[in-house]
Design a protein around this ligand. Structure first.
Ligand code: NAD
Ligand code: ZN
Ligand code: ZN
Length: 393
């Protein structure tokens, strides 16, 4: 089959690789019809190279048609249309029982690398599709076929009555929608309160729509990419172009009566662009400065407010202003999305009226063969790229 294969920093190619086969009774094989490129894939593309290996198949936002199931897989059958969550969870361990699916004990990577990258000596969370050699080294879903481990639990069936709906209505259940839903839940926006969001990629866009849908009074969105600011404004977001102001955090504080936003979401993560800090950090490696978006989020939240991190970070951060957050009594919540935890709440919003506008997130539909171009334009924010969806079959 054809698959998108990682060859090195900013070098991904579509290669011919062996077809996946059922290896465990809990496996399924899915023929992929749609599979999206995610901001998290950009970390693999450019930053997380030490935990990638040449030959890795990337991709964790797939959906398609079940081809084959192992004997323990009973809730789906060949021919069913399914979405595959990005975390691989067993559904019945200590953590899955508490809906902490991204911490699944059954699928945690027990390899030496996964153990050593956690500075607290606690290893890594659940395995993820197509996501490095510390999250299980599981081949990903930007491919014609995907082997789905723990398929007795993971795959989400597209409802019978929605078989005519386009893939894009349901595709984002794999990641974007539950991640955004969790970010908003963790942000704990008071009813009628103000949420500020750093980063208006797919995650930030959906956080804004979900928060407004759930009764936030105001959403302020910070980014610098014109079409992303425009799309957010279309959904009622007050936008701030951070490239046009000196200090976007201070502006958000001013916009909120001098107090700061009740809740702030970091939907940027470690790809953060750093304005004037950039040159300094290249040499000093003062990491908090490098993570400018995170610093801004902390500076924009009000005392007693909540900071919700959905942007992905790895490793230690120096110069973390712990004492200031303590003084400001800020609550901080974060983590990979526990996909299945939120699916029952999101599913009713995926009807024909499409209240979250899932179908207008996609800007590019591409053949799998064009995936390398998709990565390039998505990373460089070219050609209006907000969400690229690949169509392997
Ligand atoms: N927690 C999870 O389970 C989970 C799941 C999916 C994605 N993510 C993470 O969420 C983040 C966003 O994902 P995405 O797909 O929307 O990515 P994206 O790269 O499309 O969006 C990030 C946006 O942040 C903007 N940005 C960069 N620097 C900024 C700054 N200093 N201030 C404000 N905005 C800035 C960029 O212009 C871009 O529009 C990524 O870090 C991704 O890894 C987390
Ligand atoms: Zn993703
Ligand atoms: Zn589990």
């Amino acid at each position: 089959m054809k698959a998108l294969v990682w060859h090195g920093k900013e070098d991904v190619r579509v290669d011919n690789v062996p077809d996946p086969v059922i290896r465990q009774p809990t496996d399924a094989i899915v023929r992929i019809t749609s599979t999206a490129i995610c901001g998290s894939d950009l970390h693999l593309y450019s930053k997380l190279t030490p935990i990638m290996r040449e030959g890795d198949i990337i991709g964790h936002e797939p959906m398609g048609i079940v081809e084959e199931v192992g004997r323990d897989v009973t809730h789906i059958k060949p021919g069913d249309r399914v979405v595959v969550p990005f975390n691989i969870s067993c559904g019945h361990c200590y953590f899955c029982d508490q809906s902490l699916f991204s911490q699944c004990e059954t699928t945690r990577d027990t390899g030496k690398l996964a153990q050593t990258v956690n500075l607290l000596g606690r290893g890594r969370g659940a395995s993820l599709f197509g996501y490095t050699h510390v999250y299980g080294a599981v081949p990903g879903g930007q491919a014609e076929y995907l082997r789905v481990p723990q398929a007795h639990f993971g795959p989400i069936k597209v409802p019978e009555e929605a078989q005519d709906a386009p893939d894009e209505r349901f595709l984002y259940l794999s990641d974007v929608l539950p991640t955004s839903w969790q970010a908003v839940a963790y942000a704990d926006v008071p009813r009628g309160g103000t949420l500020a969001i750093w980063g208006l990629g797919p995650i930030g866009q959906m956080c804004a729509r979900i928060a407004l849908h759930q009764g936030a009074g105001r959403v302020i969105g910070v980014d610098r990419v014109p079409e992303r600011l425009t799309l957010a404004a279309k959904y009622g977001v007050e936008t701030v172009d951070f490239s046009a102001v000196d200090d976007p955090a201070r502006l958000v504080v001013e916009m909120t009566g001098g107090r700061g936003a009740d809740s702030v979401i970091d939907a940027v993560g470690m790809e953060a662009a750093g304005s004037w800090y950039d040159s300094v950090l290249q040499t000093t490696k003062i990491q908090l400065d490098k993570r400018r978006a995170l610093r801004d989020c902390m500076a924009a939240v009000r005392r007693g407010g909540t900071l919700s991190l959905s942007g992905v970070y790895t490793g230690p951060i120096q110069m973390f202003p712990l004492g200031d957050l303590f003084d400001m009594q800020v609550q901080v919540r974060m983590g990979q999305a526990n996909v299945w935890r939120w699916v029952p709440e999101i599913m009713p919003l995926l009807g024909d009226d499409d209240p979250l506008g899932t179908e207008d997130l996609k800007t590019h539909t591409m053949a799998l063969d064009d995936a390398p171009l998709g990565y390039e334009i998505f990373q460089k924010k070219q050609d209006g790229a907000i969400k690229c969806v690949l169509k392997p079959s």
